[in-house]
Design a protein around this ligand. Structure first.
Ligand code: ZN
Ligand code: ZN
Length: 356
């Protein structure tokens, strides 16, 4: 067993401030498993930490090994861990919950009152090894590592879509970042009638929306979205809007695209309050609005894996960059450019199934 490992550490506040460091391999506590990483992926959250925006400067304490999306193999088990064995391939839920508060005890662990997120509030997984609570792990069988590692954001997409009623319905997905793209793929996989993927100015991602199966991949800046939606929904509008942008204009447009009696599910995070015409767009229109956070523990995870193994879910276009762990800065640059889907980084020892 190695004593030292490589880890990506946010060493100081401000933009960048990230170093590849040699740090001690952690020892798993009684309830933890030590995981040897195969692959990790970069999340929008990691971009916020890297760029050190308002949210990051208030929430993050440096130095921090960041990252929370991973695929790995169990190397060692703490004394109290049950249900796993050395050699199991796993990924995991990054919301660490206490299992004791009101929310946890009533089936809502994803909004635990004492929630901590690894890679944000505690040591993350941008490292060769990580010790994580076994209760947060899920086996991943022999699915390709590049898909195992993206289950955290994919679970956001699954949770959001499944909080509404997708099969046979017309769906608008607002925003074509990675989770928007995943939402398009999920809606098509479960038999949506027509999916309208709506981006803004990023042509690369609008194109990916098409590749993920959107019947219409549109730009809210250059396409007449309302007319295209009306023309293709017998003039009614969509049944469901999945909002992934956190942009007030997008939500108001989404409410205009929604038919009376439709559902709006909100996952995108806003930088401030949002106003709308509640009378016209919500009350008289009989709109249902749902806020979505995290992934249901662990219903979302089991359904997500079921969906992945069904063969219906086309995730291929979503992983656009497969790099080495050492190429973190390049991967981060790709994420920040906007010309990427998910960026996956492989550990040196791991041989990915590139054509899987
Ligand atoms: Zn993430
Ligand atoms: Zn709790």
């Amino acid at each position: 067993m190695k004593e030292k490992m490589k880890a990506i550490v946010k060493v100081k506040s401000g933009e960048g401030g990230t170093e590849m460091q040699e740090v001690p391999v952690p020892k798993p506590k009684r309830n933890e498993a030590l995981i040897k990483m195969e692959a990790v992926s970069i999340c929008g959250t990691d971009v916020h930490i890297y760029e050190w925006d308002d949210w990051a400067s208030k929430r993050i304490k440096v130095p921090l090994i960041y990252g929370h999306e991973f695929s790995g193999v169990i190397e060692e088990l703490g004394a109290d861990v049950i249900g796993f064995q050395k050699g199991d391939r796993v990924s995991g839920e990054c919301h660490v919950h206490d299992n004791m508060c009101f929310q946890c005890r009533t089936g809502n662990a994803h909004i635990c009152e004492n929630m901590k997120i690894f890679g944000v509030d505690m040591t993350g997984i941008f490292a060769e090894y990580s010790a994580l609570p076994a209760a947060n792990l899920l086996k991943s069988g022999d699915m390709p590592a590049k898909f195992v590692t993206i289950q955290d954001p994919l679970g956001n997409a699954v949770h959001t879509a499944f909080a509404t009623d997708v099969p046979g319905r017309n769906i608008a997905v607002l925003g074509l970042g990675p989770i928007g793209l995943m939402s398009v793929a999920v809606c098509k996989a479960v038999g949506a009638r027509k999916v309208f993927g709506i981006g803004r100015k990023n042509k690369y991602r609008i194109n990916l929306g098409k590749e993920c199966g959107a019947d219409f991949a549109l730009s809210s800046l250059t396409d007449d979205v309302e007319k295209i939606v009306a023309d293709n929904t017998e003039g009614r509008g969509v049944d469901v809007v999945l909002e992934m942008t956190g942009n007030p204009h997008a939500v108001n447009q989404g409410l205009d695209l929604l038919r009376p009696g439709g559902t709006l599910a909100l996952l995108g995070v806003f930088s401030g309050p949002w106003t709308t015409d509640l009378n016209e767009k919500v009350i008289f229109k009989y709109t249902t609005i749902k806020g979505i956070n995290g992934r249901l523990m662990f219903d979302t995870w089991y359904r997500m894996r079921g969906l992945m193994e069904s063969g219906n879910l086309n995730l291929d276009p979503i992983v656009t960059h497969e790099l080495k762990f050492d190429e973190f800065e390049e991967g981060m640059a790709a994420m920040r450019s906007g010309n990427s889907g998910k960026v996956v980084l492989y550990m040196d020892w791991f041989k990915p199934q590139r054509n899987a």
